[in-house]
Design a protein around this ligand. Structure first.
Ligand code: PEP
Ligand code: MN
Length: 346
């Protein structure tokens, strides 16, 4: 249930509504907007009469949300969520799509990372990505440099001004990763690690939530809900491909339809990751362009200074010259997208 308070509602009036619903066992999430306060009450709606809540002083309207993902749902919040960073970068709504680029893993060669970051900056990208804690299918593969990698990312940020996005895999590491990163990433394999979702829900940084390889869109949005109902409403969704029957030509199947579907049912920003979505370098550019035209608020792309010798995911990483070449065309395309009408300008 969403309770919209009048712009001039007092703190006491808000507290009366909040306390009344809390007594009935509802979990309350308060959203103090610029103009008005919105109270999200999550619980058994049979225990309360919406008309009675609507009659409280200072209440403008009461709305029942049918979807199970109450806070992530467009039913509860019509306007797009736009996440703004201290340096002015914004993600979501009709803002220009953002680019998150960098190697799959942060490796020992700091200069390699820096070269990628400098190229990303030069091409107008906003974020540097790179794994410090790596979720690897095999325990014998490179597992990540952990805190050393976080330090490298922080130095690269200092030198380029790019924001840093990096994955956290364990609740115990959330404080450390949150300290270094501008965006904390939850990887596909942890999309339903509920303790981890709760931990990042309590952290102070925006969260990039990647879709699980076998997760439905409903499960994806409910995973976002876990983060949001723990207090962190700054969630960026990422479509990164799902398992399908044919993995002959691609690693995963990038579900492009998920982008407009999520935009219809949720107000959260959604980006696409055509590197993990396809697993093939040559498919990155066509899928990146398709995702942008489908309405993606950004892209995550793996770029490595020496893809042939990368510690992970070299086959789905662009080299620096390949990235620059592609990015010129992507920037041009971004300039031509008419988001209001979901098409290219003439
Ligand atoms: C990553 O982005 O580094 C990653 C491991 O991706 P995913 O969780 O989508 O597999
Ligand atoms: Mn990777």
């Amino acid at each position: 249930m969403i309770i919209v308070m009048e712009p001039k509602a007092t703190k006491e009036e808000i507290d009366v509504v909040k306390n009344n619903l809390e007594k009935k066992g509802f979990k309350i999430v308060l959203n103090h907007g610029d103009v008005m306060t919105v109270i999200a009450a999550i619980g058994d709606k049979r225990l309360v009469d919406p008309a009675s809540i609507a009659s409280f002083e200072g209440v403008r309207s009461v709305k029942l949300i049918q979807e199970p993902y109450k806070l992530a749902s467009r039913e509860g919040k019509e306007e797009d969520t736009v996440i703004e960073f201290p340096n002015g970068v914004k993600i979501g709504g009709l803002e220009r799509p953002v680019m998150m680029v960098g190697p799959c893993s942060v490796e020992k060669d700091f200069n390699g990372l820096l070269r990628v970051a400098v190229a990303a900056r030069e091409m107008g990208c906003q974020f540097l990505r790179g794994g410090a804690f790596k979720p690897r299918t095999s325990p014998y593969e490179f597992q990540g440099l952990e805190e050393k990698a976080l330090e490298y990312l922080a130095i690269a940020r200092e030198k380029t001004g790019l924001l840093v996005v990096t994955e956290v895999m364990d609740t115990a590491d959330v404080p450390m990763v949150e300290d270094y990163a501008d965006v904390v990433q939850i990887g596909a394999r942890n999309m339903q690690n509920f303790k981890l979702l709760k931990a990042v829900g309590k952290c102070g940084k925006p969260v990039l939530l990647k879709r699980g390889g076998a997760a439905s869109i409903r499960e994806f949005l409910l995973a976002a809900e876990h983060i949001m109902c723990n207090g962190n409403e700054k969630v960026i969704l990422c479509e990164r491909g799902i398992k399908s029957f044919d993995s002959t030509f691609t690693r995963n199947t990038l579900d492009l339809a998920a982008i407009p579907i999520i935009k219809k049912y949720s107000h959260l920003p959604i980006i696409a990751d055509p590197s993990h979505g396809t697993g093939r370098r040559y498919l990155i550019e066509p899928m990146a362009k398709a995702a942008l035209v489908a309405g993606a608020n950004g892209l995550m792309i793996e770029v490595h200074h020496d893809p042939e010798n990368a510690s992970s995911d070299g086959a789905q990483s662009l080299s620096i010259p390949q990235f620059k070449d592609m990015q010129k065309r992507i920037n041009k395309l971004i300039g031509r997208i008419d988001y209001d009408n979901q098409q290219l300008k003439d």
